[in-house]
Design a protein around this ligand. Structure first.
Ligand code: SF4
Ligand code: SF4
Length: 379
């Protein structure tokens, strides 16, 4: 089945420009009235990974959320904002603090909408033909009439790029996320399969990607670098949106675990199955988008993996000049391999699963990924 994805330009976050660009991108797909009906409770799911100022391009910009609130109301819907941030419940900052720092609270107050913590989980059967019998999914997300997914276009140390599919991991409550990172740590495709199944369960009516200023380099947290892209990408199918985003960023589909996992399931196999509306990819593609330092831990012959793991793995390493020894990385680490010493962190790399939760959470941007010696020699 052909999927439609629209690409529209938007140079900056001036509200009037954002509103008209988001509206244009949805109009290309039939208009907001095609998706939102009068009286429906509509969950807007931005990326609220952690408490960072919108200029750092780690979280969805509040101007995008405000534009979507306005459009949902114009169609008679009742919007509210929800997420289960990575930081919660491990960091000192809960969703209220994160909403305040990311500018989401001031938009919510101005537009008179609620911000809901998606922390309560219910068990849901995995999709037919899937590999997971059950998923723990936010009750609020499941009980809403529809979901509009609002990801940020970013790099991700584990998933290479994070956009439509990965953003819905925020509908998996915080503590469950850590368990998943633990299970999936040495196998990115396994993790990606879970992400694709979660996106199938949530099945958002629309995904609208904030690609006005994205994040390149060692995303998805403070170690990444904001990059002006000037685009809004909108679609109804998460994997089709991710495929288009990957082409815009100049990354082959077989480098992105969530796209590999989606293709395994027969979802949106190729760009030939996507009708692109609005701007042409060839006109907006980024030539030099910087990807994170990352490597597949399944590299090498099986018998050698244990031996060469440390030299081939991409490891997290703290910059001692800016690390404050706050311990947030140690608190979120699913394998508990980080110990906060008096002057530095101790990381037991033999048990590290390269999930990079520590990089995501670090409030100082002090934690970065570094290639092992063998990987450096081979690259
Ligand atoms: S690396 Fe970051 S999160 Fe970890 S202790 Fe240092 S400042 Fe805190
Ligand atoms: S040290 Fe960092 S990358 Fe390694 S398991 Fe812990 S959180 Fe994941």
């Amino acid at each position: 089945m052909l999927q439609k994805v629209s690409i529209s330009r938007c140079n900056d976050y001036r509200y009037e420009d954002v509103y008209s660009s988001v509206k244009h991108s949805i109009d290309l797909l039939g208009g907001i009235g095609e998706y939102v009906k009068t009286g429906q409770r509509v969950l807007l799911k931005p990326n609220l990974l952690t408490g960072k100022h919108p200029d750092m391009a780690i979280t969805t910009h509040p101007a995008i959320v405000k534009a979507v609130i306005t459009l949902v109301r114009e169609a008679g819907g009742r919007p509210f904002i929800g997420d289960s941030p990575a930081a919660f419940p491990f960091a000192k900052e809960g969703i209220d603090k994160i909403a305040e720092i990311t500018g989401m609270r001031s938009v919510a107050d101005e537009m008179d909408v609620d911000i809901v913590d998606l922390s309560e989980a219910v068990a849901v059967r995995g999709p037919d033909g899937g590999i997971f019998k059950e998923h723990a999914i936010s009750k609020v997300a499941l009980n809403s009439d529809l979901v509009i997914n609002l990801p940020k276009l970013k790099t991700h140390s584990q998933m290479v790029l994070t956009s439509a599919v990965k953003n819905l991991f925020g509908c998996v409550p915080g503590t469950r996320k850590v368990q998943w990172h633990y299970k999936a740590g040495v196998d990115r495709i396994y993790f990606a399969r879970m992400l694709v199944e979660v996106s199938q369960i949530i099945n958002p009516a629309l995904t609208i990607v904030d690609g006005i200023i994205g994040l390149e380099g060692d995303g998805p947290g403070s170690a990444g670098t904001p990059r002006h892209i000037g685009l809004i990408v909108t679609g109804t199918d998460c994997s089709a949106v991710d495929l288009v985003v990957s082409r815009i960023a100049g990354v082959a589909w077989d480098q992105i675990p969530t796209i590999i996992a989606a293709r395994e399931k027969g979802i949106c196999k190729d760009l030939n199955e996507v009708v692109i509306l609005g701007e042409m990819i060839s006109k907006v593609a980024i030539k030099d988008f910087k990807l994170p330092v990352s490597v597949d831990l399944e590299f090498g012959p099986k018998v050698m993996r244990g031996i060469i793991k440390e030299s081939v793995m991409v490891k997290p390493i703290e910059n001692r000049d800016i690390c404050t020894l706050c311990g947030e990385c140690a608190a979120i680490c699913p394998t508990g391999v980080i110990t906060v010493g008096e002057k530095r962190l101790e990381i037991d790399y033999r048990r590290c699963i390269s999930c990079f939760c520590c990089i995501e959470i670090c409030p100082q941007g002090a934690m970065r990924s570094k290639k092992g010696l063998l990987t450096l020699l081979l690259s």
